[in-house]
Design a protein around this ligand. Structure first.
Ligand code: FES
Ligand code: FE2
Length: 424
């Protein structure tokens, strides 16, 4: 739909004007405008609880990993006392990136520029020429690493926020917690990450992958048709589709199929394991699992997860309005036999990784959706997110806003409604 000429760059930024969740319309400027992107970093990425990593990646004292919150570099470390801490990965002396490694184990971190060093509790531990050049007058207590303001974890998933007034993590997740449990707590012992994460750059705005995992069941039958034809995909009879698109609040979104639509990769070890854990899953997750089977979703704003046909956790790191760095970890049930873990890792690699068949289908579309926003006329269009308008509402049974039918854009509307609220 064409909208009135907004003068594009000169128009004052008005999120409510660009997102009309009631009508299911979203202005394309939000995917391309540098000013809007800077506002996202301030109002969304410096405010929300963001996913930093999984505790199984740093099991021992001194283990660390680096990541980002928005465009801020972050160092997550289990200190020598065994407590998980997170800091800006920025040396407070001249602002150099402190730790250059993806992960490792260290008692301290030394800056490559002038040699200031910091303990794994964030304190400034060593300063070259402290006595002769600083005359012993540098207050080392004031110049430690800047901690992430709030840090918490949910069943091994570590989250942080730079907002001191952000609600506690458990409130932020709300009813999403049950849906996350289906991914990370369906077996005794929860999950663990296997192998190294895959990381790569895609020339697309971060919201396209986030909204895709939030609720885009619609594209699977078309974009992924060839991958599905190979056997990786829904086993459901398409004339009898069940499932719902659900939003448990705060912009979080999950796509769920029907309870008997298992979506297991066609790998004998995995099929046998999945069948064997069903009674345990129902015991742990309760009666809601007999009603609905969550298979992928997005925790607002940029943490996504899927368990069909692969098990991955993923973060869409924003790198400018037209670039996203995708990080993907394969996860497995900790209690699974070794051969099942390896089969799950390989299934994830083959489907949802930089070289995965499904992932490649998706990336190409997200890139196309972003590139066309460069046109000054193209970016004045509004996008259509109207599927199922009026056919969604709050469901007590599901603890979430839910669509009537398995295909709907109800989650897109909830995602962008939250985006506009935070940006306003
Ligand atoms: S910038 Fe790190 S020691 Fe100078
Ligand atoms: Fe997809």
């Amino acid at each position: 739909m064409a909208i009135k000429d907004q003068g594009v760059r000169d128009q004052r930024f008005s999120p409510q004007e660009l997102v009309d969740a009631e009508k299911g319309l979203v202005g394309r400027r939000i995917y391309i405008d540098p000013e809007i992107y800077q506002n996202e970093l301030e109002r969304i990425f410096a405010k929300c609880w963001l996913y930093l990593g999984h505790e199984s990646q740093i099991p021992n004292p001194g283990d660390f990993m680096t990541t980002h919150m928005g465009e801020d570099p972050i160092l997550v470390v289990r200190n020598s006392a065994g407590k998980v801490r997170a800091f800006l990965n920025v040396c407070p002396h001249r602002g150099n990136r402190l730790c250059r490694a993806d992960r490792g184990n260290a008692k301290s971190f030394t800056c490559s520029y002038h040699g200031w060093s910091f303990g794994n509790d964030g304190g400034l531990a060593g300063v070259p020429n402290l006595n002769d050049a600083y005359f012993g007058q540098l207050d080392q207590d004031l110049w430690g690493l800047t901690p992430v303001t709030q840090l918490d974890s949910y069943k091994g998933l570590i989250f942080g926020t730079f907002d001191s007034e952000a609600q506690p993590l458990c409130e932020y997740l709300g009813d999403l917690a049950w849906y996350l449990d289906v991914f990370v707590d369906r077996c005794e012992g929860g999950i663990e990450i296997v192998g190294e994460p895959h990381k790569w750059l895609v020339p697309c705005n971060w919201k396209f992958p986030a909204e895709n995992f939030a609720g885009d069941m619609y594209h699977a039958q078309w974009s992924h048709l060839s991958a599905i034809t190979t056997g990786y995909g829904s086993t459901a009879n398409r004339n009898n589709w069940t499932g719902n698109i659900v939003s448990p609040g705060n912009g979080h979104c999950v796509v769920a199929v029907g309870p008997n639509d298992i979506n297991v990769p066609p790998v004998p070890e995995i099929e046998a394991f999945e069948a064997s854990i069903l009674p345990q899953m129902h015991r742990r997750l309760g009666p809601r699992l007999s009603r609905i089977n969550p298979i992928f979703g997005t925790a607002f704003p940029n943490f996504s997860f899927n368990r069909a046909p692969a098990h991955t956790l993923r973060v869409w790191h924003p790198k400018g309005p037209e670039q996203t760095e995708i990080w993907v970890w394969a996860f497995v049930d900790k209690a699974a036999p070794v051969e099942v873990k390896e089969a799950m890792r390989l299934a994830s690699l083959r489907t949802f990784s930089a070289s995965g068949t499904f992932e490649q289908d998706d990336m190409d579309n997200w890139q196309g959706c972003t590139e066309t926003c460069r046109g000054v006329v193209s970016r004045r269009m509004q996008l259509n997110m109207q599927m199922g308008l009026g056919h969604d509402g709050y469901s007590e049974e599901l603890g979430a806003w839910a669509s009537e039918f398995r295909l709907s854009e109800s989650n897109h509307r909830r995602f962008y409604q939250e985006w506009a609220r935070m940006m306003g």
